[in-house]
Design a protein around this ligand. Structure first.
Ligand SMILES: [Zn+2]
Length: 281
């Protein structure tokens, strides 16, 4: 249990850095709006240094100290820990122009009614409050224009998402890029294919931790990912094109239950994504 004498010593020790602290506080510029509505006060502790805290509580982090007689600009007041000080006993704390808080119990000021401090804005940098990123996303923002294994196309082992050439193709899930290759029977993948060409054109395969493999076909040029690369759902994989067995720009998208992806382990990607909660049309 610290005695009053000990506390006094600790406070006196804090004075050592006071020149810098007070200097910093004195030169801190308040915004014009704050300065216009602030009320001047004077630190009156009877000789002790006054702690400036991060919030209106005695157990809040100390961010500075003010010496007896220091002039302060009070922007607003907030209810906090009750303190019996040398000027008054109160649960009000004064927010200063630099954002710190001091107990109003040690501030001499005009008996003006001070505005109540607005609630602090939630910090956008708080990672815990960020919504969790979805596990699965639609690789191209488009409606399906050709489905998995229809009577007309019984060997169509994926779904087609028609989109303009160069539309970004995103990783549907997080995982590891397993294969990046050009698959055409004739010609190259860097030009549009056609019905006389067989193969997926520029393709990418990504495997997740559970062993599910997603496959992206007909990309316009060499994909931006490389084998071995770790990706997160929504990461850019490449751009929509029409390479390989394709008559117009679209993404042919497949889901397989194992690697390597074969026709035997292909499942309906439309139903698969629906089950994962991805809005598909
Ligand atoms: Zn297709």
């Amino acid at each position: 249990m610290p005695t009053k004498r000990n506390r006094r010593r600790a406070s006196a020790a804090a004075i050592a850095g006071l020149g810098l602290l007070v200097g910093g506080i004195a030169t801190a510029t308040a915004s014009p709006a704050e300065a216009a509505s602030s009320v001047s006060g004077t630190v009156s502790t009877g000789g002790l240094v006054l702690n400036v805290r991060k919030a209106a509580k005695t157990d809040s982090a100390r961010i500075g100290t003010l010496q007896e007689g220091t002039k302060v600009s009070i922007v607003c007041q907030e209810k906090g820990t009750r303190v019996n000080g040398t000027v008054r006993g109160t649960d009000l704390w004064d927010r200063l122009a630099d954002g710190g808080y001091v107990s109003d119990a040690y501030i001499k000021r005009p008996a003006t009614a001070l505005p109540v401090c607005p609630l602090p804005k939630p910090s956008p940098s708080r990672t815990t409050e960020r919504p969790a990123s979805p596990a699965w996303v639609l690789p191209v923002a488009a409606a399906m224009n050709s489905a998995f294994r229809t009577p007309q196309r019984p060997t169509h082992n994926g779904m087609d998402l028609a989109a303009a050439k160069e539309t970004p193709v995103k990783a549907a899930h997080s995982g590891t890029v397993m294969r990046v290759l050009c698959q055409v029977s004739i010609g190259t993948c860097d030009t549009d294919g056609g019905l006389t060409v067989s193969g997926c054109g520029w393709l990418v395969e990504i495997r997740d931790e559970a062993g599910i493999v997603s496959r992206y076909c007909h990309l316009v040029r060499r994909p931006v990912v490389v084998p071995g690369q770790k990706v997160t759902a929504g990461d850019l994989v490449g751009q929509v094109g029409s390479s390989g067995h394709s008559t117009g720009p679209h993404l042919h998208f497949e889901i397989h239950t194992a690697f390597p992806a074969t026709p035997q382990n292909a499942v309906d990607p439309f139903l698969f994504l629906k089950e994962k909660g991805v809005p598909v049309r």
